[in-house]
Design a protein around this ligand. Structure first.
Ligand SMILES: Cc1cc2nc3c(=O)[nH]c(=O)nc-3n(C[C@H](O)[C@H](O)[C@H](O)COP(=O)(O)O)c2cc1C
Ligand code: SF4
Length: 411
């Protein structure tokens, strides 16, 4: 099986002599025509939630004080595809952002980049300076004054959530906001605001170049186009790969594109969409990689962070690490998420230290369920997915840590 190179072809050309011709092609076509192509493409967001991009943009269509934010926080462990784009072709990303800003008629354009991505931050800042003439030409053609700014995140995972990110730019406590109102109605400093992932915006020039109808011939219903996959873990050839959605299985990604497991060991499980998603075990990985198929398989594609674990990986340690992450990264504004993640982490730490009880396994499941129902944002809603699926699908690893004579076990 071969990699489907579509978006990556442009990224891999690099920024040298980049002439922003897709942007000017879009301006020639006009906002309405560009938007019609976007609608035809059926593009959905690549940041994790798979929300239809055209539907989001339509919500601000008639507004004249729109803010567009490119979300490059990329805090999900195992995800590094946005970094790949920024470091390999910042000019292409800037062009995608400017084209999108033109279509949504934005007055302000931000890119919010995670602080750890020092090289990407420097490259994006330098590219914006280099593109001064392009930005001026865009302003002249549209008559709209556009301010472009890089904002550097300070390392909190929750700031990747669009409303936390907006709070972070505003300089207030970056907890998730209650929705509605949605950012499209009341976003940054109360302006109608669109937040889109890096990869989502990078599809716009391709949709303008090839037309929305062509774009929608790739992929399957609900998952059109291609997807960048960040492949990592116990894999021979980790990296960023591009696949056509719905046409390739997880097994093919791991064994054909990634070259298989290190030392040819046995595959134990795969985390298919970052550590907020349920793991899949060996006989579940023939699932096709698209949003709907992954959901049917009981997990999610998320941001496309495929993490591979072999038989050297201990599910208890993995679950403890994930719980450690969530208990530290909760913003703490909703009690179930703040306290639930702390309790789960405590129980998993005790299990790992051979001080756990059998009842903890059921308690972890119950607390995760309560948190997922009561939490305000995706962090709390999905923090238990991986841990609970690990307990259900790899019980042997947990049982080895628990006392043989615990009365709970006898029930
Ligand atoms: C805790 C949390 C972290 C998130 N982190 C990111 C992120 O790093 N990058 C991203 O694009 N979306 C992230 N999201 C999703 C965003 O809230 C939002 O849905 C996305 O940026 C919208 O863009 P899209 O429609 O192009 O996918 C996160 C959501 C949550 C709840
Ligand atoms: S679910 Fe967790 S991270 Fe999200 S707003 Fe509530 S406390 Fe904060």
């Amino acid at each position: 099986m071969k990699e489907s190179i579509y978006l990556k072809k442009l990224i891999d050309q690099g920024p040298l002599a980049w002439d922003y011709h897709f942007l000017f092609q879009g301006i020639e076509m006009g906002r309405e025509s560009c938007f019609r192509e976007l609608e035809k493409s059926e593009l959905v967001g690549r940041g994790g939630a798979a929300f239809p991009t055209a539907r989001k943009w339509k919500a601000v269509w008639d507004k004249d004080d729109v803010v567009l934010i490119c979300n490059a926080d990329e805090g999900e462990p195992g995800t590094f595809k946005d970094r790949y784009i920024m470091e390999n072709n910042p000019a292409y990303l800037l062009e995608s952002m400017l084209l999108s800003a033109f279509i949504v008629n934005a007055r302000e354009l931000y890119i919010y980049i995670r602080g750890e991505y020092r090289q990407a931050i420097a490259m994006m800042k330098s590219e914006i300076n280099k593109a001064e003439a392009v930005i001026e030409a865009l302003q002249e053609k549209t008559g709209v004054k556009l301010r472009v700014e890089v904002v550097v995140g300070q390392g909190a995972y929750v700031c990747g959530d669009e409303t936390s990110l907006i709070n972070s730019i505003e300089g207030v406590r970056p907890n998730s906001r209650i929705k509605p109102p949605y950012p499209t109605a009341k976003g940054l400093f109360n302006h109608p605001t669109i937040v889109n992932n890096v990869e989502t915006l990078c599809n716009l020039p391709l949709i303008i170049r090839d037309g929305g109808a062509f774009y929608s011939t790739m992929g399957v219903e609900g998952s059109r186009g291609t997807k960048l996959i960040s492949l990592s873990g116990r894999i021979k050839e980790p990296g960023v790969y591009e696949v056509e959605l719905g046409k390739v299985s997880l097994r093919e990604i791991i064994f054909d594109l990634g070259g298989g497991i290190i030392d040819n060991r046995e595959l134990k499980f795969v985390i298919p969409g970052g550590i907020s998603t349920q793991l899949l075990i060996n006989d579940e990985i023939d699932v096709k990689v698209d949003y709907c198929s992954m959901k049917k398989a009981g997990s999610a594609l998320g941001s496309g962070a495929v993490i591979v674990a072999d038989d050297t990986v201990n599910a208890v340690e993995m679950a403890k690490n994930a719980a450690d992450f969530f208990s530290k990264e909760t913003c703490g504004i909703c009690f179930p998420c703040k306290e639930g993640n702390r309790q789960i982490h405590t129980m998993l730490s005790k299990i790992h230290a051979f001080e756990g009880r059998w009842e903890y396994l059921e308690l972890i499941r119950e607390i995760s369920e309560t948190t997922s129902r009561a939490a305000r944002c995706g962090l709390g809603q999905s923090a238990g997915n991986l841990l609970v699926s690990a307990i259900e699908k790899i019980p042997n690893d947990f049982e080895r840590y628990l006392p043989e004579n615990d009365s709970e076990r006898l029930r």
